[in-house]
Design a protein around this ligand. Sequence first.
Ligand code: BG6
Length: 295
Amino acid sequence: ELAKGVNGLDKLVLREFRGSSAEVYLYGGHVTSWKNDHGEELLFVSSKAIYKPPKAIRGGIPICFPQFGSLGPLEQHGFARNRFWAVDTDPPPFPTPTYRAFVDLILKPSEEDIKIWPHSYEFRLRVALGPGGDLMLTSRIRNTNTDGKPFTFTFAYHTYFSVSDISEVRVEGLETLDYFDNLKNRERFTEQGDAITFESEVDKIYLSTPTKIAILDHEKKRTFVIRKDGLPDAVVWNPWDKKAKAISDFGDDEYKHMLCVEAAAIEKPITLKPGEEWKGRQELSAVPSSYCSGQ
Ligand code: BG6
């Protein structure tokens, strides 16, 4: 159902019959809310978020395309997150009948966009809510260039998870992996054996990660499970106190209540020839954890 969001921006609300819900802004193709069947919000959105172009909404799930980060000629994280997407009112059916609540958003370049990134594409973002309240995002990007040229891009679902206290959180699935540390000139390191915990600023790109990553929130007794496909890398980001103060659309203490774990394709950029399509999927679930081992 179409509704009005902050600043009168259009948003779509998905509801699943057991009570879970999600909201997607057409601005950015940006998921800003995902609630479980108890009505609890599972994503973090800053109280200082600015819902106005050209600033992307701070929180939720920004789409980073066609460039992750600042390595490249485009603005940081590309431009998809600050463009207006269109709703496909006649989308292809869902392959499995269980996922009934979904919406397809489409992004195509404007004439202005082609001046910035000289390629033609169709980006179809499907946001679906499963019967258990799982949130599934599927991106299909097709090269529609008519000049015969391939294009290359990097990508991330820049997901901001809501956590009770960052100091009590750990991430499982990334131990022993190699990563680029954005805080150390993108130098390559290898993670040690233990689950990842947080006590200072983190900005790392883990490489060739497993298809499943878990975020354990000890205090909330909740575990987020990220399942991904076509997205080998995973960014882990928390600005901590100092960086938080420097981000104008982010509250000084909000770093305590968020963690970004971003399913991504960064190290090996994706190249598509005309007519080719790439698919990248992320499925999120939030499950109660009866106990947190090792704490
Ligand atoms: C992360 C990057 O993905 O996004 C960080 O690794 C960056 O370096 C962060 O600071 C936030 O980026 P932005 O552009 O939304 O402020």
